[in-house]
Ligand binder design. Structure first.
Ligand code: ADP
Ligand code: MG
Length: 448
């Protein structure tokens, strides 16, 4: 595409790139985003060029949730994102990674956060089992539970637990290797290019413990799953410990084969849940103490009640409060917390829940009473979950309040629904299409 990019578009693109950088790790940025370029920007669309089709697909499947808000920050969220592949006309072979894709630093060790240790991990009913299992495999690798599979939605401590296990094992002198699944995929891809399979296999097979974070990334590459399967078998038969994390249960990983699911089921599968009220309060108190803030009990309770979707969100809010608290000698009281939370909520467009319910019922042709009911037919559960997701996105209502409007459901149901739809959005075309239509209708681009 030969198109002249104006200076102001270039500036906009730099802004978008910076926004993306804030949302991903440096390694993810170098691997997936540094090769992207702005190809064209017009009134309706933004065209982004990717170095090859593998990179394009990977981003479309995994990073739309990162790119979309970055466009919002650059105030161009009304444009549709279109990816094009550079030199696509030169009939790329499949997979395209063989010629043009280079994945940097596949051999450099993953970043390990020393603060993600067992001491700093707060245990509550939401993560007690996962924590106990993590301690057990650190103590008896290869014999306690093999593999250990920890799943749960984002920001609930899976990476923290994996790092804690790694740190404990390293203290004891075990040969343990931790890596995000994406690095495994990258390494596999670069090995296709170099052909150095001995190096690849030695790296993953001559160790005592292998920890792979976010294995749901395996969904996108059949050949990498094949290789992972062999790695798994080799380690398992040698009684080496395997520890995996994922944002969903094994069988919910899209496109995954039965034989891998059954391998994952050989050991222990355990879930981390969103923290309940008491655990949230305890986490808030612990983290504020670490930040040398003095938070009143009612302020901690108010926060726990209003920021419950994940521990990462709690930390984000606390970091924000910290900025304000320094002006107040580190003291955090209820009025300060309310002020800050209200500031957040203003950013939402605040569309009424009634409008959301009306729009969703019309779109799917279901009755409000069906949404309220306990029926679990897919034709009803999907609109119900979509309504909850939209309420989270567009209203200031708390999870409990949304549950109230949805026929008296509790806050964890609303959270799970919200999470589920966010996930479906990235790989289910019907869902993403419906969401787009509904959101357009809600924000009045299109009246129903
Ligand atoms: P995940 O990998 O599940 O997305 P992380 O492990 O990255 O989540 O956790 C997000 C943040 O929340 C991290 O900063 C982590 O230290 C913190 N966190 C998660 N669970 C706990 C816990 N139980 N106690 C203390 N901090 C936690
Ligand atoms: Mg993680």
């Amino acid at each position: 595409m030969s198109y002249q990019i104006s200076d102001s578009d270039k500036e906009l693109w730099t802004l978008i790139q910076n926004q993306i950088k804030e949302r991903v790790t440096p390694q993810q940025y170098t691997t997936w985003f540094s090769g992207l370029n702005l190809a064209k920007l017009d009134a309706n669309d933004i065209y982004i060029s990717a170095p090859n089709s593998f990179c394009k697909e990977w981003i479309e499947n995994n990073y739309m949730d990162t790119i979309t808000p970055s466009l919002e920050e650059a105030s161009i969220s009304n444009r549709k994102i279109k990816f094009i592949v550079e030199n696509a006309s030169s009939s790329e072979p499949e997979p395209s990674v063989q010629n043009s894709y280079s994945s940097p630093n596949t051999d450099s060790p993953a970043y390990i956060n020393k603060n993600y240790n067992f001491n700093n991990f707060l245990v509550g009913p939401c993560n007690r089992l996962a924590h106990a299992a993590a301690l057990a495999v650190s103590e008896y690798p290869g014999t306690a539970y093999n593999p250990l599979f920890i799943h749960g939605s984002v920001g609930l401590g899976k990476t923290h637990l994996l790092h804690a296990i790694l740190l404990r094992l390293q203290e004891k002198g075990n040969k343990a290797l931790y890596l995000p699944c994406e690095s495994f995929v990258n390494h596999y891809i670069s090995t296709i290019k170099t052909g150095d399979w001995d190096n690849f296999r030695n790296k993953y097979r001559q160790i005592d413990v292998l920890l792979i974070d976010d294995v749901h990334f395996l969904a996108n590459s059949q050949s990498t799953r094949e290789e992972f399967f062999h790695t798994f078998n080799t380690l398992y038969t040698r009684q080496k410990q395997i520890i995996l994390s994922s944002d969903c249960q094994p069988e919910e990983i899209p496109t995954i084969e039965e034989r891998l699911i059954s391998r994952f089921r050989w050991g222990l599968i355990t879930r981390v849940d969103p923290p309940g009220f008491e655990t949230s309060v305890a986490i808030i108190q612990k983290k504020t103490a670490l930040l040398k803030m003095d938070i009143s009990y009612d302020a901690a309770c108010y926060l726990a009640d209003n920021v419950v979707s994940s521990i990462r969100e709690i930390e984000g809010t606390l970091a924000n409060i910290h900025k304000h608290a320094t002006m107040n000698e580190g003291k955090v009281d209820l009025s300060l917390v309310k002020q800050i939370i209200r500031g957040f909520s203003k950013q939402k467009q605040n569309i009424g829940i009634e409008k959301i319910l009306n729009t969703v019922t019309k779109h799917y042709g279901v009755q409000l009473s069906q949404l309220h009911s306990k029926r679990r037919l897919k034709s009803i559960t999907l609109p119900r979950q979509i309504a909850m997701h939209l309420a989270r996105k567009f209203t200031n209502l708390s999870l409990g309040e949304i549950g109230g409007y949805m026929g008296g459901r509790d806050h964890t149901t609303v959270m799970h629904a919200d999470d589920k739809i966010k996930k479906l959005k990235s790989h289910d075309r019907n869902v993403s299409y419906s969401l787009r239509k509904l959101e357009d209708a809600l924000t009045k681009k299109n009246e129903y």
